[in-house]
Design a protein around this ligand. Structure first.
Ligand SMILES: Nc1ncnc2c1ncn2[C@@H]1O[C@H](COP(=O)(O)OP(=O)(O)OP(=O)(O)O)[C@@H](O)[C@H]1O
Ligand SMILES: [Mg+2]
Length: 340
Protein backbone atom coordinates (compact mmCIF):
# COMPACT_ATOMS: atom_id res chain seq x y z
CA UNK A 1 0.00 0.00 0.00
CA UNK A 2 1.35 3.38 -1.06
CA UNK A 3 2.52 5.57 1.89
CA UNK A 4 0.22 8.52 1.14
CA UNK A 5 -2.85 6.28 0.95
CA UNK A 6 -4.77 6.29 4.23
CA UNK A 7 -7.57 3.86 3.46
CA UNK A 8 -7.79 1.28 0.72
CA UNK A 9 -10.87 -0.79 -0.02
CA UNK A 10 -10.40 -3.49 -2.64
CA UNK A 11 -13.06 -5.65 -4.29
CA UNK A 12 -15.35 -5.46 -1.27
CA UNK A 13 -18.47 -7.64 -1.24
CA UNK A 14 -21.02 -7.29 1.57
CA UNK A 15 -23.94 -9.70 1.73
CA UNK A 16 -27.18 -10.00 3.66
CA UNK A 17 -28.38 -13.38 4.88
CA UNK A 18 -32.05 -13.89 4.06
CA UNK A 19 -33.78 -17.23 4.70
CA UNK A 20 -30.56 -19.11 4.13
CA UNK A 21 -29.80 -17.17 0.93
CA UNK A 22 -26.93 -14.75 0.69
CA UNK A 23 -27.72 -11.62 -1.33
CA UNK A 24 -25.03 -9.10 -2.26
CA UNK A 25 -25.64 -5.53 -1.07
CA UNK A 26 -22.24 -4.10 -1.93
CA UNK A 27 -20.50 -5.57 -4.96
CA UNK A 28 -16.85 -5.33 -5.91
CA UNK A 29 -16.34 -1.89 -4.41
CA UNK A 30 -12.81 -0.47 -4.54
CA UNK A 31 -11.93 2.94 -3.12
CA UNK A 32 -8.82 4.65 -1.95
CA UNK A 33 -8.39 7.74 0.09
CA UNK A 34 -5.28 9.81 0.69
CA UNK A 35 -4.46 11.50 3.99
CA UNK A 36 -6.25 14.83 4.26
CA UNK A 37 -8.58 14.20 1.32
CA UNK A 38 -12.39 14.51 1.19
CA UNK A 39 -14.13 11.68 -0.66
CA UNK A 40 -17.86 11.94 -1.33
CA UNK A 41 -19.91 8.77 -1.61
CA UNK A 42 -23.01 9.62 -3.62
CA UNK A 43 -26.15 7.80 -4.68
CA UNK A 44 -29.87 7.39 -4.16
CA UNK A 45 -31.40 5.88 -1.06
CA UNK A 46 -30.63 2.20 -0.56
CA UNK A 47 -27.58 2.03 -2.86
CA UNK A 48 -25.22 0.90 -0.08
CA UNK A 49 -23.49 4.08 1.08
CA UNK A 50 -24.07 3.60 4.81
CA UNK A 51 -23.32 -0.10 4.66
CA UNK A 52 -19.99 0.57 2.94
CA UNK A 53 -19.13 3.15 5.61
CA UNK A 54 -20.19 0.86 8.44
CA UNK A 55 -17.93 -1.90 7.13
CA UNK A 56 -14.91 0.40 7.50
CA UNK A 57 -15.64 0.57 11.23
CA UNK A 58 -16.72 -3.11 11.44
CA UNK A 59 -20.11 -1.80 12.53
CA UNK A 60 -22.34 -3.75 10.14
CA UNK A 61 -25.76 -4.84 11.40
CA UNK A 62 -25.62 -8.49 12.38
CA UNK A 63 -27.53 -9.79 9.33
CA UNK A 64 -24.83 -8.35 7.06
CA UNK A 65 -21.32 -9.57 6.59
CA UNK A 66 -18.17 -8.88 4.63
CA UNK A 67 -18.12 -11.74 2.16
CA UNK A 68 -14.76 -10.97 0.58
CA UNK A 69 -12.38 -8.15 -0.23
CA UNK A 70 -9.91 -5.97 1.61
CA UNK A 71 -10.21 -2.93 3.88
CA UNK A 72 -6.76 -1.70 4.82
CA UNK A 73 -5.74 1.38 6.68
CA UNK A 74 -2.41 3.03 7.19
CA UNK A 75 -2.66 3.56 10.94
CA UNK A 76 -0.80 6.72 11.88
CA UNK A 77 -1.29 6.11 15.58
CA UNK A 78 0.01 2.52 15.42
CA UNK A 79 2.57 3.13 12.69
CA UNK A 80 1.53 0.14 10.56
CA UNK A 81 -0.94 -1.09 7.97
CA UNK A 82 -3.97 -2.63 9.62
CA UNK A 83 -6.32 -5.19 8.09
CA UNK A 84 -9.82 -4.06 9.07
CA UNK A 85 -11.83 -6.52 6.95
CA UNK A 86 -10.43 -9.46 8.91
CA UNK A 87 -10.86 -7.98 12.37
CA UNK A 88 -13.40 -9.41 14.76
CA UNK A 89 -16.22 -6.81 14.99
CA UNK A 90 -16.30 -7.34 18.76
CA UNK A 91 -12.57 -7.72 19.28
CA UNK A 92 -10.08 -5.40 20.95
CA UNK A 93 -8.21 -4.55 17.73
CA UNK A 94 -11.13 -2.73 16.12
CA UNK A 95 -11.93 -0.97 19.39
CA UNK A 96 -8.51 0.64 19.22
CA UNK A 97 -9.51 2.11 15.86
CA UNK A 98 -13.17 2.99 16.31
CA UNK A 99 -13.80 6.43 17.73
CA UNK A 100 -10.06 6.85 17.96
CA UNK A 101 -8.43 6.69 14.58
CA UNK A 102 -11.71 6.54 12.66
CA UNK A 103 -14.66 8.54 13.95
CA UNK A 104 -18.15 8.47 12.50
CA UNK A 105 -20.94 11.00 12.42
CA UNK A 106 -24.16 9.09 12.05
CA UNK A 107 -27.14 9.79 9.85
CA UNK A 108 -29.36 10.20 12.90
CA UNK A 109 -27.84 12.65 15.41
CA UNK A 110 -29.87 11.43 18.40
CA UNK A 111 -28.27 7.97 18.10
CA UNK A 112 -24.80 9.12 18.92
CA UNK A 113 -25.71 10.69 22.26
CA UNK A 114 -27.27 9.00 25.24
CA UNK A 115 -30.30 11.00 26.43
CA UNK A 116 -29.33 10.30 30.05
CA UNK A 117 -26.03 12.16 30.30
CA UNK A 118 -25.00 15.74 29.69
CA UNK A 119 -23.23 16.70 26.48
CA UNK A 120 -20.16 17.57 28.56
CA UNK A 121 -19.95 14.21 30.31
CA UNK A 122 -20.27 12.37 27.01
CA UNK A 123 -17.55 14.43 25.38
CA UNK A 124 -15.28 14.09 28.41
CA UNK A 125 -15.73 10.33 28.37
CA UNK A 126 -14.48 10.14 24.77
CA UNK A 127 -11.60 12.47 25.51
CA UNK A 128 -10.50 10.51 28.57
CA UNK A 129 -10.61 7.17 26.70
CA UNK A 130 -8.26 8.49 24.04
CA UNK A 131 -6.01 10.93 25.84
CA UNK A 132 -4.44 10.71 29.26
CA UNK A 133 -6.00 13.74 30.91
CA UNK A 134 -7.41 14.67 34.27
CA UNK A 135 -11.12 15.34 34.59
CA UNK A 136 -10.65 19.08 34.62
CA UNK A 137 -8.35 19.01 31.58
CA UNK A 138 -10.91 16.88 29.73
CA UNK A 139 -13.57 19.42 30.59
CA UNK A 140 -11.44 22.22 29.21
CA UNK A 141 -10.88 20.30 25.97
CA UNK A 142 -14.62 19.57 25.72
CA UNK A 143 -15.50 23.26 26.02
CA UNK A 144 -12.81 24.10 23.48
CA UNK A 145 -14.20 21.53 21.00
CA UNK A 146 -17.79 22.81 21.38
CA UNK A 147 -16.48 26.28 20.86
CA UNK A 148 -14.55 25.23 17.73
CA UNK A 149 -17.66 23.76 16.11
CA UNK A 150 -19.41 27.09 16.63
CA UNK A 151 -21.70 26.39 19.56
CA UNK A 152 -22.36 29.67 21.35
CA UNK A 153 -22.01 29.57 25.13
CA UNK A 154 -20.06 26.31 25.12
CA UNK A 155 -19.28 26.55 28.85
CA UNK A 156 -23.01 26.47 29.56
CA UNK A 157 -24.00 23.94 26.86
CA UNK A 158 -21.64 21.43 28.41
CA UNK A 159 -24.09 20.95 31.29
CA UNK A 160 -27.09 20.49 29.01
CA UNK A 161 -28.71 17.26 27.88
CA UNK A 162 -28.94 16.34 24.16
CA UNK A 163 -32.70 17.02 23.95
CA UNK A 164 -32.14 20.58 25.17
CA UNK A 165 -30.18 21.42 22.01
CA UNK A 166 -31.69 22.32 18.64
CA UNK A 167 -31.11 19.92 15.72
CA UNK A 168 -28.36 22.10 14.26
CA UNK A 169 -26.57 22.45 17.60
CA UNK A 170 -26.87 18.73 18.29
CA UNK A 171 -25.28 18.08 14.90
CA UNK A 172 -22.43 20.38 15.82
CA UNK A 173 -22.06 18.69 19.21
CA UNK A 174 -21.89 15.36 17.41
CA UNK A 175 -19.11 16.67 15.18
CA UNK A 176 -17.30 17.92 18.31
CA UNK A 177 -17.63 14.47 19.86
CA UNK A 178 -16.31 12.77 16.72
CA UNK A 179 -13.35 15.15 16.56
CA UNK A 180 -12.50 14.94 20.25
CA UNK A 181 -10.30 11.92 19.69
CA UNK A 182 -8.38 13.60 16.87
CA UNK A 183 -9.20 10.97 14.22
CA UNK A 184 -7.19 10.49 11.03
CA UNK A 185 -10.38 9.53 9.23
CA UNK A 186 -13.82 10.98 9.78
CA UNK A 187 -16.82 9.27 8.21
CA UNK A 188 -19.76 11.64 7.96
CA UNK A 189 -22.99 9.85 6.97
CA UNK A 190 -25.34 12.50 5.54
CA UNK A 191 -24.46 14.88 8.36
CA UNK A 192 -26.57 17.67 6.95
CA UNK A 193 -29.76 16.16 5.51
CA UNK A 194 -31.74 16.62 8.71
CA UNK A 195 -30.83 20.31 8.83
CA UNK A 196 -32.34 23.31 7.12
CA UNK A 197 -30.47 24.79 4.19
CA UNK A 198 -28.71 27.68 5.93
CA UNK A 199 -27.52 25.45 8.76
CA UNK A 200 -26.44 22.81 6.22
CA UNK A 201 -24.19 25.37 4.56
CA UNK A 202 -22.75 26.41 7.94
CA UNK A 203 -22.04 22.82 8.97
CA UNK A 204 -20.32 22.12 5.64
CA UNK A 205 -18.14 25.20 5.90
CA UNK A 206 -17.35 24.21 9.45
CA UNK A 207 -16.31 20.69 8.48
CA UNK A 208 -14.11 22.01 5.70
CA UNK A 209 -12.43 24.41 8.11
CA UNK A 210 -11.85 21.65 10.64
CA UNK A 211 -10.57 19.35 7.92
CA UNK A 212 -7.85 21.79 6.97
CA UNK A 213 -7.05 22.60 10.60
CA UNK A 214 -6.79 18.97 11.74
CA UNK A 215 -5.59 17.49 8.43
CA UNK A 216 -7.81 14.44 8.66
CA UNK A 217 -9.38 12.64 5.71
CA UNK A 218 -13.17 12.62 5.38
CA UNK A 219 -15.58 10.21 3.73
CA UNK A 220 -18.66 12.28 3.16
CA UNK A 221 -21.90 10.46 2.36
CA UNK A 222 -24.57 12.43 0.57
CA UNK A 223 -27.45 12.41 -1.94
CA UNK A 224 -26.66 15.93 -2.92
CA UNK A 225 -24.25 16.74 -5.73
CA UNK A 226 -24.38 20.41 -4.76
CA UNK A 227 -22.70 19.40 -1.50
CA UNK A 228 -20.11 17.41 -3.47
CA UNK A 229 -19.26 20.48 -5.54
CA UNK A 230 -18.75 22.45 -2.34
CA UNK A 231 -16.53 20.07 -0.37
CA UNK A 232 -15.22 17.00 -2.17
CA UNK A 233 -11.83 16.27 -3.76
CA UNK A 234 -12.84 12.82 -4.94
CA UNK A 235 -16.23 11.32 -5.65
CA UNK A 236 -17.61 7.79 -6.01
CA UNK A 237 -21.09 7.40 -7.48
CA UNK A 238 -22.89 4.28 -6.25
CA UNK A 239 -25.86 2.53 -7.78
CA UNK A 240 -27.38 -0.66 -6.36
CA UNK A 241 -24.26 -1.55 -4.42
CA UNK A 242 -21.83 -0.87 -7.28
CA UNK A 243 -19.54 2.05 -7.98
CA UNK A 244 -20.48 3.12 -11.49
CA UNK A 245 -18.25 6.19 -11.76
CA UNK A 246 -15.41 7.56 -9.65
CA UNK A 247 -12.54 9.98 -9.69
CA UNK A 248 -11.80 13.65 -9.21
CA UNK A 249 -14.90 15.58 -8.12
CA UNK A 250 -14.07 18.49 -10.38
CA UNK A 251 -13.73 16.33 -13.45
CA UNK A 252 -16.85 14.27 -12.82
CA UNK A 253 -19.04 17.29 -12.13
CA UNK A 254 -17.73 19.01 -15.24
CA UNK A 255 -17.72 16.01 -17.53
CA UNK A 256 -19.88 13.18 -16.18
CA UNK A 257 -19.83 10.03 -18.31
CA UNK A 258 -22.25 7.51 -16.86
CA UNK A 259 -25.89 8.15 -17.86
CA UNK A 260 -26.83 7.86 -14.16
CA UNK A 261 -24.31 10.52 -13.11
CA UNK A 262 -25.49 12.74 -15.96
CA UNK A 263 -29.08 12.34 -14.69
CA UNK A 264 -28.04 13.08 -11.10
CA UNK A 265 -26.32 16.28 -12.18
CA UNK A 266 -29.25 17.38 -14.30
CA UNK A 267 -31.49 17.00 -11.28
CA UNK A 268 -29.49 19.60 -9.30
CA UNK A 269 -30.60 23.15 -10.13
CA UNK A 270 -27.25 24.81 -9.56
CA UNK A 271 -25.26 22.24 -11.49
CA UNK A 272 -27.50 21.14 -14.38
CA UNK A 273 -26.94 23.02 -17.58
CA UNK A 274 -30.59 23.83 -17.89
CA UNK A 275 -31.57 27.08 -19.40
CA UNK A 276 -34.35 29.51 -18.62
CA UNK A 277 -37.51 28.13 -17.14
CA UNK A 278 -37.07 24.52 -18.16
CA UNK A 279 -38.07 22.15 -15.39
CA UNK A 280 -35.57 19.85 -13.75
CA UNK A 281 -35.46 16.37 -15.20
CA UNK A 282 -36.16 13.76 -12.56
CA UNK A 283 -34.62 10.34 -13.11
CA UNK A 284 -37.19 7.95 -14.56
CA UNK A 285 -38.39 5.05 -12.41
CA UNK A 286 -36.92 3.95 -9.15
CA UNK A 287 -34.04 1.84 -7.90
CA UNK A 288 -34.92 -1.86 -8.24
CA UNK A 289 -35.02 -3.89 -5.04
CA UNK A 290 -32.18 -6.19 -4.12
CA UNK A 291 -34.34 -9.14 -5.13
CA UNK A 292 -34.70 -7.77 -8.67
CA UNK A 293 -31.08 -6.87 -9.26
CA UNK A 294 -30.69 -6.80 -13.07
CA UNK A 295 -28.21 -9.32 -14.44
CA UNK A 296 -26.08 -6.87 -16.40
CA UNK A 297 -25.58 -3.20 -15.62
CA UNK A 298 -27.50 -2.31 -12.43
CA UNK A 299 -28.82 0.89 -14.09
CA UNK A 300 -30.19 -0.86 -17.19
CA UNK A 301 -33.86 -0.65 -16.10
CA UNK A 302 -33.75 3.18 -16.04
CA UNK A 303 -31.10 4.02 -18.58
CA UNK A 304 -32.07 5.87 -21.76
CA UNK A 305 -28.94 4.80 -23.64
CA UNK A 306 -29.07 1.03 -23.37
CA UNK A 307 -27.02 -0.86 -25.92
CA UNK A 308 -29.06 -3.91 -26.85
CA UNK A 309 -27.74 -7.36 -26.00
CA UNK A 310 -24.96 -5.97 -23.91
CA UNK A 311 -26.13 -3.86 -20.98
CA UNK A 312 -28.81 -6.40 -20.03
CA UNK A 313 -26.40 -9.29 -20.08
CA UNK A 314 -23.05 -8.24 -18.74
CA UNK A 315 -21.94 -6.02 -15.89
CA UNK A 316 -19.55 -3.43 -17.37
CA UNK A 317 -16.17 -3.11 -15.66
CA UNK A 318 -14.77 0.22 -14.51
CA UNK A 319 -12.45 1.58 -17.18
CA UNK A 320 -10.24 4.67 -17.08
CA UNK A 321 -11.31 7.78 -18.97
CA UNK A 322 -8.25 9.66 -17.69
CA UNK A 323 -5.76 9.27 -14.82
CA UNK A 324 -8.35 10.30 -12.26
CA UNK A 325 -11.69 9.30 -13.76
CA UNK A 326 -13.20 5.83 -14.15
CA UNK A 327 -16.58 4.76 -15.44
CA UNK A 328 -18.41 1.44 -15.74
CA UNK A 329 -20.49 1.79 -18.90
CA UNK A 330 -20.41 0.09 -22.31
CA UNK A 331 -20.85 3.44 -24.07
CA UNK A 332 -17.18 4.05 -23.36
CA UNK A 333 -15.93 0.54 -23.86
CA UNK A 334 -17.44 -0.66 -27.10
CA UNK A 335 -15.69 -4.00 -27.32
CA UNK A 336 -16.12 -5.26 -23.74
CA UNK A 337 -18.98 -7.66 -23.15
CA UNK A 338 -19.75 -8.08 -26.85
CA UNK A 339 -21.17 -11.48 -27.55
CA UNK A 340 -19.13 -12.90 -30.38
N1 LIG B 1 -29.83 -4.69 8.74
C1 LIG B 1 -30.14 -4.89 7.46
N2 LIG B 1 -30.79 -5.99 7.07
C2 LIG B 1 -31.12 -6.21 5.78
N3 LIG B 1 -30.83 -5.35 4.80
C3 LIG B 1 -30.19 -4.22 5.11
C4 LIG B 1 -29.80 -3.92 6.45
N4 LIG B 1 -29.18 -2.71 6.46
C5 LIG B 1 -29.18 -2.29 5.18
N5 LIG B 1 -29.78 -3.19 4.39
C6 LIG B 1 -29.98 -3.07 2.92
O1 LIG B 1 -28.77 -2.70 2.32
C7 LIG B 1 -28.99 -1.81 1.25
C8 LIG B 1 -28.11 -0.62 1.38
O2 LIG B 1 -28.48 0.13 2.54
P1 LIG B 1 -27.73 1.46 3.00
O3 LIG B 1 -28.29 1.80 4.33
O4 LIG B 1 -26.27 1.28 2.90
O5 LIG B 1 -28.23 2.50 1.90
P2 LIG B 1 -27.85 4.03 1.77
O6 LIG B 1 -27.21 4.18 0.44
O7 LIG B 1 -27.09 4.48 2.96
O8 LIG B 1 -29.29 4.71 1.72
P3 LIG B 1 -29.82 6.07 2.39
O9 LIG B 1 -29.41 7.14 1.45
O10 LIG B 1 -31.29 5.89 2.43
O11 LIG B 1 -29.21 6.20 3.74
C9 LIG B 1 -30.48 -1.48 1.25
O12 LIG B 1 -31.11 -2.22 0.24
C10 LIG B 1 -30.95 -1.93 2.61
O13 LIG B 1 -32.27 -2.39 2.55
MG1 LIG C 1 -27.51 5.73 4.52
Amino acid sequence: MNQDILLEIKNLYICVELDGDSLPIVEDVSLSLRTGEILALVGESGCGKSVTAQSVMQLLPKQLKIESGEIKMNSHKQGKIIDIANMNPRGSEIRKIRGNEIAMIFQEPMNSFSPLHTIGNQLMEVIRIHRKTSKSEAKEIAVEMLDKVGIPGAARVIDQYPHELSGGMRQRAMIAKALSCNPTLLIADEPTTALDVTIQAQVLTLMQGLQSEFGMAIIFITHDLGVVAQVADQVAIMYLGNIIEQGSAREILKDPKHPYTVNLIEAVPRLGRLEGRKALIPIQGSVPSLYDRPVGCPFVTRCTRVINNRCEETMPRLISMSTDHQVACFLYNPSEGESS
